[in-house]
Design a protein around this ligand. Structure first.
Ligand code: KIV
Ligand code: ZN
Length: 566
């Protein structure tokens, strides 16, 4: 069998008893470092052009990143040229530190410094692979041999830096493939490197712990980070950084737990672009902090611009369900979700802490519109349909009509199999309830109230052949129903009736909705008019017109609506 789990072995957990990280709570944002222009760029089918790199760099600066890894200049001429361009054209803001990556090989380190000449400040990030698999199968070296590569690299980094005293240097070391490295050996290599750099004597040093390949659950990575923090020399003089990849889909969780375990700094990319399944997504982690009331120190309010630029530079589209950034992540199609959102939003008061069902954050904060929140398809219910009519056309429906009309919308959605936009919803409402047949158009009415009730005189029908009706009843509806019975022999029994004053944005001032049986047939209609009486009488005529024209609801449909209303 090709699909055989026995081919794999479980990652051995860290033998750690005194875990402190599970009780920690993240209370402030870590230092961020964006590695889109290096790790992200290395992982593209078509690496970025200089123009694309510049565009992405400018976006990263605009978002507030203060540390940006701009490339691997010793390994790639375009990266070298881009580095020179940024420095020579003065494109790096004073408060931003560029970072470049190099392998721990003297000739590459030399070239790296050439790329950085003239920089105000920079991080030289040197790495070599330390894991068992890399030592044994890739390099064929023992632990001492791999440690010697790291020490040699660190020595050359320090030595060449001293030739450029005008630049403010930070040194960074990564034991690449850290997650697959024995912890005591990783600490041994890190100690050997810091012994060269001496952070205790003032040299700024970052120790970056990469989950080059994500090999275990995030709690195991947190254990590894906490163990290193507790077992390396000069911890208090170091910035501990993490760089997680997403092989198991947990890069963000791993970085979050790593911060709880003591990491000060997090490397990642926008939208998680990077090798294989990608790097840790900076947008998600920063927004997770934001949603907990913590300042992420990045401005992600222009999410559409972020995704536009990232897509243009990486030529990778954003998944519609990408956390915080995808097109559909704030959209509710499900009826019960729409209902809950609608209720919470209507109860919400300015200045209150955000507490809306199904929306972990306010979409508005990311430049999204509430229009996108409720979208209608066949899964939607009365709440969503009512919300759209109310939001876009200022038409509020009584609950009984919400239920009835949502069935009309659902049927349309099932027939067409997709989303129904607001315009179509309005058209369906118009066709089904508001449409006025010329023969049943209310022209004028006169209501006289006396001690016996109301006497109604109504003119309806076409201009050229108006019809006069007259009837009596306890109220206007009853009086006009009486008139209809006399004139057309229709027996009307009103089951539900509501009228609303309309808000701004419509020509009419009133909406009336009526549900009745006419000669035993179930009909519903609505009408818009300048005053509530006209709206009510027109709704009554339109409902009766349906019965007369044989357009009433089938008994079956009426039964279904009644059951839903119950
Ligand atoms: O994933 C990784 O290990 C890296 C290192 C070079 C930091 O990208
Ligand atoms: Zn990486």
């Amino acid at each position: 069998m090709a699909f055989d789990h026995r081919k794999y072995s479980a990652f051995k957990p860290v033998a750690k008893k005194d875990r402190r990280w599970p009780d920690q709570v993240i209370e402030k944002a870590p230092t961020w470092c964006a590695v889109d222009l290096r790790d992200g760029n290395q992982a593209l089918v078509k690496p970025m052009s200089v123009a694309q790199k510049q565009r992405l760099f400018d976006l990263l600066v605009k978002l507030g990143f203060k540390e940006i890894e701009i490339g691997f200049p010793a390994a790639s001429q375009p990266d070298f040229d881009f580095c020179r361009k940024l420095i020579e054209e003065n494109r790096i803001p004073d408060d931003v530190k560029i970072q470049v990556l190099t392998q721990a090989r003297p000739e590459l380190i030399e070239r790296t410094y050439q790329a950085l000449e003239g920089a105000q400040k920079a991080v030289v990030h040197v790495y070599n692979s330390t894991s068992t698999v890399q030592r044994e199968q890739v390099f064929g070296l023992d632990q001492a041999g791999i440690r010697a590569i790291a020490v040699r690299g660190a020595t050359v980094v320090k030595e060449i830096a001293s030739r450029y005293p005008d630049t403010d240097w930070t040194f960074q070391y990564s034991p690449e493939s850290f997650t697959g490295t024995e912890l005591d050996y990783a600490a041994e290599v890190i100690n050997a490197v810091t012994e060269v750099w001496r952070p205790d004597q003032g040299q700024p040093v970052i120790i970056n712990l990469p989950a080059t390949v994500e090999m275990a659950t995030p709690n195991v990575f947190a254990d590894q980070v906490e163990w290193i923090c507790e077992n390396i020399r000069y911890r208090e003089h170091l910035s501990i950084s993490v760089h997680t990849h997403n092989d198991r889909g947990c890069a963000v969780a791993a970085a979050e737990l790593a911060v709880m375990a003591g990491a000060d700094r997090v490397e990642g990319t926008l939208m998680g672009n990077g090798e294989r399944t990608g790097n840790m997504d900076l947008v998600t982690m920063a927004m997770n902090l934001y949603s907990q009331g913590i300042d992420p120190t990045l401005d992600l309010s222009g999410m559409a611009e972020i995704t536009d630029v990232v897509e243009a530079c990486t030529e990778i589209s954003t998944h519609p369900r990408h956390p915080y950034a995808g097109e559909l992540v704030f959209t509710a199609f499900s009826g019960s979700h729409q209902d809950a959102i609608r209720k919470c939003l209507s109860l919400r008061q300015e200045g209150q802490a955000w507490n809306v069902a199904y929306l972990p954050i306010d979409p508005f904060d990311l430049g999204r519109r509430y229009e996108e929140v409720v979208r209608i398809n066949s899964q939607s219910g009365k709440g969503g349909v009512a919300y759209v009519l109310e939001r876009d056309y200022k038409i509020s429906l009584p609950r009984w009509l919400q239920i009835e009309f949502s069935k009309v919308v659902q049927q349309e959605a099932e027939t067409n199999g997709g989303e129904i936009d607001s315009l179509t919803i309005h058209r369906l409402f118009d066709d089904r309830y508001l449409k006025v047949h010329a023969d049943w158009a209310l022209r004028s009415y006169d209501l006289h109230r006396d001690q016996d009730g109301v006497r109604a005189e109504v003119v309806m029908g076409r201009d050229v052949s108006p019809v006069m009706l007259e009837g009596r009843g306890l109220g206007a509806v009853e009086a006009v129903s009486d008139a209809l019975a006399k004139r057309f022999g229709v027996t009307v029994a009103v089951e539900a009736y509501d009228e609303f004053a309309l808000g701004e944005g419509t020509n009419a001032n009133a909406l009336a909705c009526i549900r009745l049986t006419a000669n035993g047939q179930h009909c519903s209609a609505a009408a818009l008019a300048e005053d509530t009486t006209s709206a009510t009488l027109q709704a009554l005529f339109s409902a009766v017109a349906q019965a007369v024209a044989g357009e009433a609801m089938s008994t079956e449909a009426a039964g279904a609506v009644e059951a839903a209303q119950a």
